[in-house]
Design a protein around this ligand. Sequence first.
Ligand code: E4P
Length: 220
Amino acid sequence: MKFFIDSADIAEIRDLADTGLVDGVTTNPSLVAKSGRDFLTVLAEICAAVSGPVSAEVTATECDAMLVEARRLSAVAPNVAIKVPLTWDGLKACRALSQGGIKVNVTLCFSPAQAILAAKAGASFVSPFVGRLDDIGHDGMGLIRDIVAIYRNYRDAFRTEVLVASIRHPLHVIDAAKIGADVCTVPPSVMRQLSKHVLTDKGLDAFLADWKTTGQSIAT
Ligand code: E4P
């Protein structure tokens, strides 16, 4: 499974990228607004910090205007992936961009039918939002299960990777991995939670306390 960081906070992204465990980044207009920074500047910095795809979302709603924005965003760095919403205009833009060799992430996916359209449009990634579905009492992970099963039926025709988005906690990541989703885009706080276990901390404290009683040093 690949890990993307869902953030436009360059300090957080650099810090997590240093672990060598980050395969890409996703941003969205809300995350850019939260960063309080110029979009193209922050996008360039993120693209330099990670070698994998960095999703940058268009804000136009009509296909031709999306394509104009996509060209501007793509010019920032070779690892920019263009994010378009799951609308008919977004799907048309996805098809045009994909045919031109540009990676596209079709976002705001909330149903298997939408995911089928994204794959038909040649998307490199489809982003189903599990947390937002859970928030309204729907089965977010059930959507991931359905999309992965459907794409497996058309392995040769559908090359779209399932990018699990709107992740709220480590259990979402574990469940997505059990299903076999390709990518999880994880907020920095959840990424940090993934390594945590109370017994790891407790066990390490005990090992170090016992080691101290030996008076030995490995390095010297
Ligand atoms: C995905 O690419 C989106 O940026 C993101 O996962 C949305 O998550 P949210 O529901 O926490 O805003």
